[in-house]
Design a protein around this ligand. Structure first.
Ligand code: PMT
Length: 404
């Protein structure tokens, strides 16, 4: 029986590339069809070594396309026809080779050619050995395709077919379906303005030194990507980071907490504010405009003064937006986070444990989310996944507040 889901009536081209995980694509076709989507499968030659086109044809109810220059296809333009037919392209599993091909815009087979020819959104669920996943070449290719607006689903971490353990496993078909269903939802926050702070702040001591922290900006940039997917106008105010601007996001670069505060204060009519930046609470009282020289003194002191609190400033506004703070804690997470939510007059706070390889700089995180009437646990996952889950909660609470 067909279930009423956001995929109902959607036309999906499911690209299957050559991975041992290709067998899971069969289940994915079944789940997508059950969710009301029409599925046409495109397989690479290598994928057909792992699972037969006949299986995919039987499950999808449509012929499986494999060849770029197929004489049976009218005028041999199968890739253009499929590119026009689809509402979404989903590639699962997406191998390292397929991802490299997409990053370079290659057209060596039907799947890569139709991805180049289509204007509809593309989502991919990677599957590969963990060393291949963490290889800088793969990560650079992923950064390129993310910048072009393709959506990454997973990968999961755990036992791998090669006998190793780590990141790179294909998400389970149910998880792929759930994430795709979220992406396909009509834009929930169209015409809303969402402001996100991200990254660290650098508080200069002299022209060569500053007080900083370990934030890489990854969590805040993932929030900006997830927010842009909801159709909102997204303004990202970021401290110094080495990350590409997510597609469709307006970026304002700052260095210090005071500059971040000033940039946020200038933005009018904010509907939702998310404070993900690791803002320095204090800055050196005195800035030395020449490099401080080493002296014979055995001990030196830097006097610090308090920085403006950006979240507190936003919560003082007459037109107060829905405000989400983050709390980075090493211990006593629940109590500290709840206390911050009340003291800073927030609607919601997302708390994460930091230190010892957690929270800062790494690609994964885990969040405990609190609001005034409830809480939720978002277990460890990629920051991109957590950001989408957190956006879902934010929209839920934002809607509840505005309909109260
Ligand atoms: O950037 P990554 O490497 O991906 O790491 C992500 C992260 C760990 C930095 C992120 O998930 C996170 O927890 N961000 C908030 C870090 C923080 O500064 O927490 P805090 O507990 O010190 O501050 C609480 C809240 O007040 C935060 O929303 C912060 O943005 C805000 N704040 C703090 C000080 C200040 N002067 N102004 C503020 O607005």
């Amino acid at each position: 029986m067909t279930e009423q889901t956001s995929l109902a009536g959607k036309k999906i081209v499911l690209g299957v590339s050559g991975s041992i995980a290709a067998y899971k694509a069969a289940d994915l076709v079944r789940l997508c069809t059950k969710a009301g989507a029409e599925v046409k499968v495109v397989m690479t030659q290598a994928a057909s070594e792992f699972i037969t086109p006949l299986t995919m044809q039987t499950l999808s109810g449509n012929p499986v396309a494999m060849t770029l220059l197929d004489a049976d296809e009218e005028a041999a333009m199968g890739h253009i026809k499929l590119a026009r037919w689809a509402d979404w392209v989903l590639i699962a599993p997406a191998t390292a080779n397929t991802i490299a091909g997409l990053a370079q815009g290659r057209t060596e087979d039907l799947l890569s050619a139709l991805c180049l020819a289509t204007t509809v959104p593309i989502a991919l669920a990677p599957a590969m050995n963990n060393k291949m996943w963490t290889n800088k070449a793969t990560q650079a290719n992923l950064a390129v395709i993310a910048e072009r607006g393709m959506h990454l689903l997973g990968p999961a971490s755990g036992d791998q077919a090669c006998g190793e353990q780590g990141e790179g496993r294909l998400l389970e078909p149910e998880q792929i379906l759930a994430e795709l269903s979220q992406l396909v939802l009509p834009p929930k926050l169209a015409k809303k303005r969402l402001v996100i702070t991200a990254g660290p702040t650098h508080e200069p001591i002299d022209p060569v030194r500053f007080i900083g922290n370990r934030s890489s900006g990854k969590m805040g940039f993932a929030m900006a990507t997830a927010a842009a997917e909801t159709g909102a106008e997204v303004i990202l105010v970021t401290g110094p980071v080495h990350l590409a601007t997510p597609p469709g996001v307006t970026r304002i670069d700052v260095e210090t907490a005071s500059q971040m505060h000033e940039a946020v204060e200038k933005i009018e009519s904010i509907d939702i504010f998310i404070g993900c930046a690791a803002v320095a609470d204090y800055r050196p009282q005195q800035y030395h405009d020449k490099k401080i020289k080493k002296t014979a003194e055995k001990q030196r002191e830097i006097s610090l003064i308090e920085n403006p609190d950006i979240l507190a400033g936003v919560s003082q506004r007459k037109q107060k937006p829905f405000i989400v703070g983050f709390a980075a804690e090493t211990d006593n997470i629940t109590d500290y986070a709840k206390e911050k939510m009340v003291r800073k007059q927030l609607d919601m706070i997302a708390a994460n444990q930091v230190g010892k390889g957690l929270g800062f700089a790494v690609d994964t995180n885990a969040l405990q989310v609190f609001w005034h009437q409830g809480d939720a646990v978002l277990p460890q996952a990629l920051k991109s996944h957590l950001a989408r889950e957190l956006m879902r909660l934010i929209i839920e609470r934002y809607d509840a507040k505005n309909s109260a």
